[in-house]
Every structure is written in structure tokens, then in C-alpha cells.
Design a protein. Structure first.
Ligand code: FE2
Length: 265
């Protein structure tokens, strides 16, 4: 068998060369059964291919969240603030040792147990913004159905208590940050948390379920300083309970929310 070009998957589905990949000689390509064909010897300057993360498009039109989040806010937030993290991260990665990680892995590894590395801020912000856009949908909000509602009522005693806790956490953030509904792996229950700057529950090893951006750029154009109206409109009209249901179903692959049911040998 000939040598193979080692491609590592990343979060956007495009391939990146892993840092663990050895450098290749032109003989590799002669031996390889790879479909990559080169008419000339591969230039040495092109051996190094850096990891690349792209700007993911929100899963709806940019004006689809109006009147609760304006097209202008989404344009500025997604097209500028979010995109800046993409560009900064890719720039840092040109001289970084981190290659071939999924974005989620990158966030966890670069948090470095509370001593964040230089890649962390943009990697985590990028992950959280992707998560934020998918935490919303047109005609969202209101009350979840079925298992999601049951789990919230179990862990917060009532849906009203969950909303109060979420709103209070959001309004008590000093400066810039995020508010989360997340699943605590060890306690096997949902909880609300606020985080500063770019931190998310991912770094604690827990599972985010909803993420709301409480940086000023997320709300100021539409709400000025009225953060209560921003958070209430998110919960009443924007939050995607469908995404929550899907995320809870995925989370259950890692956290058993019911009684253990292990077949006897
Ligand atoms: Fe943001």
C-alpha cells in the first residue's frame, strides 16, 4: 500500500492537514493511490497547510428574527463581530501548534484548565456564536413541549422558575458575557449559569443547551440599555426549543437522565 495523504476532519467538514502528519516527499505522491495528481514536483513552500475555520451562516435569513432582533443587528453581530473571531483565530493558527482539532476540542484544550492559551478567546467565542445563532429560530420562544418541558420542570420545579433564573443570571452579568442553560454531567440535571467574556460550560466538561450572548453588540442597536427586554424577547419569541430538543437528545448519549437500565449479562 502506498502512503496516504493524512486528512483530519474539522467541524466544518472540510479537511485540514494534521500537525501529526509527517512532511511528504515527491515519492509519496508517486507511491500514493490518492486521487491528487500533480504535473510537477509539489513545491516545498506549500507543504504546510494550516487549519482553517469558516464563518457559519445562521440557519435563517438575516431579517428572519425581526422585530425582536433586527436585520441590522444580525448583520453587524454576525458579519462583523463573529467574523472577526474567525479571522483572528485563523491568523493565530498560522503560528500555532494546534492543527486538526474540532472547534469544540480546541475550546477545551486551549482553556488549559483555567490558564487560557492565546487561541482560547477567539476559538471559544467562535464556538459560542455558532451555538448562539442556532439557539434561535423565527417564531421561536413560548413554552417547550414534551420531554424538554418535563426535564425543565423536574430540575427547576417550574418553567416560570427556569425563566426567572435565566433572566436574573443574564441581568446580573457585569460587563460582557453569556447566560446558559446547560446540562451538568455529574449531577445529571439542567442548570443556569452566567459566564464572563468568552467562557462557556464546555470548559467545565458540561453540555451547553441554550446560549444567549450578553455582549453589548448583541442588543444595543435594538434595545439600547434595556437588557431585560432583550432577554424577555429572546425567551418569549426567539429561543429555538427545537434546537433544545435535539441538543438534549444528543446529550442523553453522554448523560443518562433516567434510571440506569443496564441489561444483565
Ligand atoms: Fe457576540
Amino acid at each position: 500500500m502506498g502512503s496516504q495523504l493524512v486528512m483530519a476532519p474539522n467541524w466544518c467538514g472540510c479537511g485540514v492537514l494534521s500537525s501529526n502528519s509527517r512532511k511528504m516527499s515527491t515519492n509519496d505522491f508517486k507511491l500514493s493511490s490518492s486521487p491528487f495528481k500533480f504535473s510537477k514536483p509539489y513545491p516545498r513552500s506549500a507543504y504546510r497547510v494550516t487549519a482553517y475555520y469558516g464563518l457559519t451562516t445562521p440557519p435563517y435569513e438575516l431579517d428572519a428574527l425581526e422585530p425582536y432582533m433586527s436585520k441590522r443587528t444580525v448583520e453587524v453581530h454576525w458579519g462583523q463581530a463573529h467574523n472577526e473571531h474567525v479571522e483572528k483565530l485563523n491568523k493565530i493558527l498560522k503560528s500555532s501548534t494546534f492543527y486538526g482539532h474540532t472547534l469544540e476540542e480546541m475550546v477545551k484544550v486551549t482553556y488549559n484548565n483555567g490558564n487560557p492559551l492565546v487561541e482560547f478567546n477567539d476559538a471559544s467565542s467562535l464556538w459560542s456564536h455558532d451555538f448562539f445563532w442556532e439557539s434561535m429560530q423565527p417564531k421561536g420562544g413560548s413554552i417547550p413541549q414534551g420531554g424538554v418541558l418535563t426535564q425543565i420542570e423536574k430540575d427547576f420545579e417550574s418553567f416560570t422558575n427556569f425563566k426567572d433564573e435565566f433572566v436574573n443570571a443574564a441581568l446580573s452579568i457585569f460587563g460582557s458575557g453569556w447566560v446558559w442553560l446547560y446540562l451538568k454531567r455529574n449531577e445529571k440535571k439542567l442548570a443556569v449559569a452566567k459566564t464572563q467574556n468568552a467562557v462557556s460550560p464546555l470548559v467545565w466538561g458540561d453540555i451547553p443547551i441554550i446560549g444567549l450572548d450578553m455582549w453589548e453588540h448583541a442588543y444595543y442597536l435594538d434595545y439600547k440599555d434595556d437588557r431585560l427586554a432583550y432577554v424577555n424577547n429572546f425567551l418569549d419569541h426567539l429561543v429555538s426549543w427545537h434546537s433544545v430538543m435535539v441538543r438534549m437528545m444528543r446529550a442523553e448519549a453522554f448523560v443518562n437522565l433516567g434510571e440506569p437500565n443496564i441489561p444483565e449479562a
